[in-house]
Design a protein around this ligand. Structure first.
Ligand SMILES: [Zn+2]
Ligand SMILES: [Zn+2]
Length: 444
């Protein structure tokens, strides 16, 4: 004897319900399917370039020991001073959500003995990075970057190649009017002299500096060149330039990169005030900007001391990073069209329970021979399912009604010709292939 419905009602589970819908943490947007089509296009271009230039893909954890960034990214960088997400594990370790990729890649290079590979070791990566800052348009607390890093060569040809790779990435994405901003910030031999001169210069202008820069004057005067404050910016033009203090080696290195850029036909502008906000850069620093609105698409530089600073042997290196969200923004602005790569060639319609059982089997049969299919099984009526078929614009529709399910047949409908015929289900794939061939439909 079955129980009566009212017994079920009496015992029905009461699930707790939220009063409001929760939101993602501030500055950490969801990435929805449509946007992912654009992003996949970017990652595909990154991957293709990585493969072509002999880079291997690396993934490092999102969390690292806080020490890594304090030591690597540098204590005077804005990122470390103000923008790190730090969390304490139950075991009381301090871990930081990575604010950038380079120190992690160097850590992985050392930990996994990648230095035993033929040099230079070329690595690329993409993934989310985290910075605690006020979210605004195009700036998030969780955002994605892609990186190209070349470890183990001091040759300026790799500085030029890094720039070329990023330049290629943007041209692959049909971005135009790109400008390479480049500068050299010297090495440990020559930079201290520039530092001293910068310090003297800004000290003489101290009263015009913002509060942050007054502090920067003590710790790292180079950072003042990066300040967005108008008053501080206006002092930049009179500031001493690194190029006037370069040691012979740094001078030669910079000159060679510029020659390479000329040979490659890449447009560049020597920007004496470009310093980049990370402590580990030496010699080359660069950005690639959109000339139209001076928007920086990527940035990078040489970091010849970082590997040693993180406990390895002296290993010169160069690399750069581009922000994915910014690229997406530009692609959207440029009306960059991406079609869904999955275009169904067949739409599967089933009416009734037995037909649905058949349809599930046919769906798998079609998948095995790689015929792309769409369905809308949740719609019960033929009319509603046909409407969905129209939306997908599949050239062929397979209809399984009650009768077809019993007979082991299907109705194969040619949408373009508005004609249909009954086909035995075993011949479904054969028939489809024949028709695709006649229609010159590719990829099957
Ligand atoms: Zn030098
Ligand atoms: Zn300032």
């Amino acid at each position: 004897m079955g129980r009566r419905p009212k017994d079920y009602l009496k015992n029905k589970i009461k699930r707790p319900k939220m009063k409001t819908i929760l939101q993602a943490p501030k500055g950490m947007p969801d990435i929805l399917p449509e946007e992912n089509l654009l992003r996949r296009k970017i990652f595909k271009a990154v991957e293709d370039l990585g493969n072509f230039y002999g880079f291997g893909q690396i993934e490092t954890p999102v969390l690292e020991e806080t020490k890594l960034f304090l030591h690597g990214t540098g204590p005077t960088s804005e990122i470390v001073q103000k923008q790190m997400f730090i969390l304490k594990t139950p075991g009381k370790d301090l871990l930081a959500l990575r604010p950038e990729f380079t120190p992690n890649i160097v850590r992985a290079y050392l930990e996994n003995g990648l230095y035993n590979n033929p040099k230079p070791v070329k690595l690329f990566a993409w993934g989310p990075v985290f910075r605690y800052e006020q979210p605004q348009r195009g700036r998030y607390r969780q955002f994605w970057q892609c990186n190209f890093e070349i470890l183990g060569s001091a040759d300026p040809i790799y500085d030029a190649l890094t720039i070329q790779i990023f330049y290629n990435l943007f041209t692959e994405l049909k971005m135009k009017e790109l400008m390479i901003e480049i500068n050299t910030i010297g090495c440990d031999n020559c930079r201290p002299i520039w530092h001293k001169n910068l310090k003297n210069y800004f000290r003489s202008k101290r009263k015009f500096l913002c509060a942050d820069c007054k502090n920067r004057l003590k710790i790292n005067p180079l950072r003042i060149l990066d300040c967005k404050n108008e008053s501080c910016q206006s002092l930049k033009n009179g500031a001493p330039k690194m190029i006037d203090f370069l040691c012979p080696e740094c001078r030669k290195h910079f000159k060679q990169i510029l020659e390479y850029l000329e040979i490659l036909g890449l447009p560049y502008n020597i920007n004496h005030h470009l310093v980049r906000g990370l402590d580990y850069y030496t010699k080359t620093v660069f950005e690639i900007r959109l000339a139209s609105d001076n928007l920086a698409l990527c940035g990078g530089g040489r970091y010849d001391y970082l590997v040693e600073m993180l406990g390895g042997k002296s290993t010169p290196a160069v690399g750069g990073a581009a922000g994915i969200e910014r690229l997406v923004e530009v692609l959207k602005k440029n009306n960059f069209k991406v079609e869904n790569p999955y275009k169904p060639k067949v739409f599967l319609i089933a009416i009734g329970d037995l037909a649905k059982q058949r349809a599930l089997k046919y769906l798998e049969a079609l998948r095995k021979v790689k015929i792309p299919v769409a369905e809308s099984f949740a719609h019960e009526s033929l009319k509603a399912q046909l409407r969905q078929a129209d939306k997908w614009e599949a050239p062929y529709v397979i209809i399984i009604g009650q009768k077809e399910a019993l007979d082991n047949t299907i109705i194969l409908r040619d949408m373009k010709a508005s004609s249909q015929e009954v086909v035995e289900s075993e011949k479904m794939i054969e028939e489809l292939k024949k028709r695709f061939k006649n229609d010159n439909i590719e990829n099957i």
